[in-house]
Design a protein around this ligand. Sequence first.
Ligand SMILES: [Zn+2]
Ligand SMILES: [Zn+2]
Length: 263
Amino acid sequence: MSFSVAQAKANMHGMYGNYTGAMDNAKTTAYRAAVRAFRRRHGIAPSQYFTQECITASVSEVKELQSMLSRLGFSVGAAGIDGRFGLVDGGATGAAVEAYQRTRNLRADRIAGSMTLSALRAEYAAKTRPQSAGQTGRGIDFGKYPNFKASEFACRGGWCCDGSLHLLTEDIVAVAQRIRSHFGRPLIITKVGGVRCDALNRVTQGSIAGSQHTKGKAIDFYIPGVGVSAVLAYCRQLQSRGVIRYCYTNNTNMRGAVHVEVG
Ligand SMILES: [Zn+2]
Ligand SMILES: [Zn+2]
């Protein structure tokens, strides 16, 4: 996918206004300065070149902007969410930014600066938040799992979301009930051991991006009165029978809990 100097200029103008000047392919002093500022803002090593890494970062930030605008009802044009500001006045994306700014009493300059972006992010988050913490995602009938309530599996970051129970899969609930029934004792899911929304997962110690927790397919738990090694031994049996995909524990960030995930 080609990405011209003019396109880099249009994107650097549209986001934070780092570049101002003609949207042509000339590598001017203003362009070089904007590239340096762009790289700094993205934590990319200093240089005057708009490298592939810059293209990727730029396209993704413009896509985020375009997604928020369209979700809030401001059309970004026929090309859709393509990660590009138009070369003439920002094109349809620039027009959408301006329309948004006018309706929110922000300075209508077609530039997505920090004030425009924080207003957009707040509205977007409010709009995309799950309905309520009590919802049992994917229609799971908790009547079948007598020892559990949906809320025990919810994302409990508190600050990050309303529980994200829409992500929860029934397979992991069934596994929790099976382990609980085997030991005949309460199974306690740790505070960050149920569903994790992406925001919570990012700040959870020892987590990996795209963890099964973010898909509602993993739990970290302990069973008071039963040693970790006994819990793990049973989970390994479940793994060898194909009931779960993987289980593990460690002493660095699990603190005696066992992680179990389904595929
Ligand atoms: Zn959350
Ligand atoms: Zn885990």
